[in-house]
Design a protein around this ligand. Sequence first.
Ligand code: UDX
Ligand code: UDX
Length: 434
Amino acid sequence: MKITIVGTGYVGLVTGACFSEVGHQVLCVDKDERKVNMLRANKMPIYEPGLDEVVARNVAAGRLRFSTSLAEGTEYAEVIFIAVGTPPGVEGQADLSYVEQVVREVAEHMSSYRLLVEKSTVPVNTAEQIKRTVLRYSRKDVAFDVASNPEFLREGTAIEDALQPDRVVVGVESERASQLLRAIYEPIIARGGGVFVEMGIASAELTKHASNSFLAMKISYINAVSRICELAGADVEQVANGMGLDRRIGRQFLKAGVGYGGSCFPKDVDAFVHLADQLGYDFDLLKNVRQINEAQRDHVMQKIRHELWVIQDKTVAILGLAFKPCTDDVREAASLYFVPRLREAGAMLRLWDPVATDNFKALYPDLAYFTDIEACVRDADLVLILTEWSQIADFGLERLRSLMKCPVVVDGRNMFDPKEMRAKGFAYHCVGRP
Ligand code: UDX
Ligand code: UDX
């Protein structure tokens, strides 16, 4: 089938590449000429493991193309996925101006039936606004449908998540839209890719916010438990293991640490609170989820202050700038909380990340960046771990201790065994463990 994807960010590009991988003909449209030119030259604008190979393979096979023209995208396929960004607005609500722009332009160009699919995370009832917009800007005799198909892929494992999803959620209100989306996902489901669930559009839209907020809630829950563990002398890793073996609870997303970041959880929790409020429900539970997440960062900052006493002129090496491993994405990353605070307190910062350095440098160009851990931690008074990159685990504790001025490690990701760290001579501070 022919498919157009609008927006080649983390979601749009992976979705388009994976649709082509299962045999569809895909045109990816992005208004950013630089990105499109990079993609045409087979250079990836983002770091996502395996993405470059999937893109190269399908471009070579003639199934995947890139364009800056939305007119061409509208003409190209009957089904158009909208995957442009929906960043947070001033009050936490999703900013839908990019979605609106795309819909307007598609409406102006469409000359026969089109199915517009919301792939970006949007508030419930956005489909109604999209329909109104299409009716307003299109020729009146052109039929169309709107559908919701929320994306659940995680950065770092996006290809696998897209090709082997647990479920594909589709919100439709016409048989035609249902048939088209079933045909698109048929090869993915046939490969063993989970369950195809069809529902009303509003329910599909809500499923996305409800799922992401639930996962964020799980993380905040275990982070709250980690604080109690610290006060009670218990170990949050052991508690999470004990809890997670109950299949109703599950071990995933029970990793205590410095809190969640990324382009989704912080924004989606805020947007869901805002949306609930607008509909007349005070979602206090989720407000607490957000507060616990923020408090977790403050709490780790306290550990640093406590250990260093005076931060001024201390050398702090930060390992990990990305919001999680295997991505170059720094949106809402813990590093963006700690770097300005430590800098303001007068610390001399040394920063290391294997792939996210360029994105971070764009925000803080004048800091000291290192391409290897060895150079980064040399003579440090304190090492702060913010992303659980495997390179940190593999670096070697003896080597780390011998390089540092003082062997103090504040580990926001619970990467090491506290007993072993103590035995190796470190002052080691982690989260929720004695
Ligand atoms: C996506 C979703 O769209 C967002 O709703 C979800 O919550 C997170 O994932 P992401 O893919 O991370 O966002 O966004 P981003 O990397 O910002 O990519 C969006 C792309 O759309 C950019 O390449 C941008 O150039 C493009 N774009 C934006 C357009 O092509 N046209 C526009 O009008 C606006
Ligand atoms: C998330 C959702 O998982 C995905 O389904 C949705 O489509 C987009 O948002 P992503 O943001 O890419 O994906 O990464 P995820 O693996 O969910 O991690 C989000 C944040 O939570 C990271 O900062 C991570 O470090 C943190 N996290 C995750 C924890 O602190 N503890 C955990 O147990 C799990």
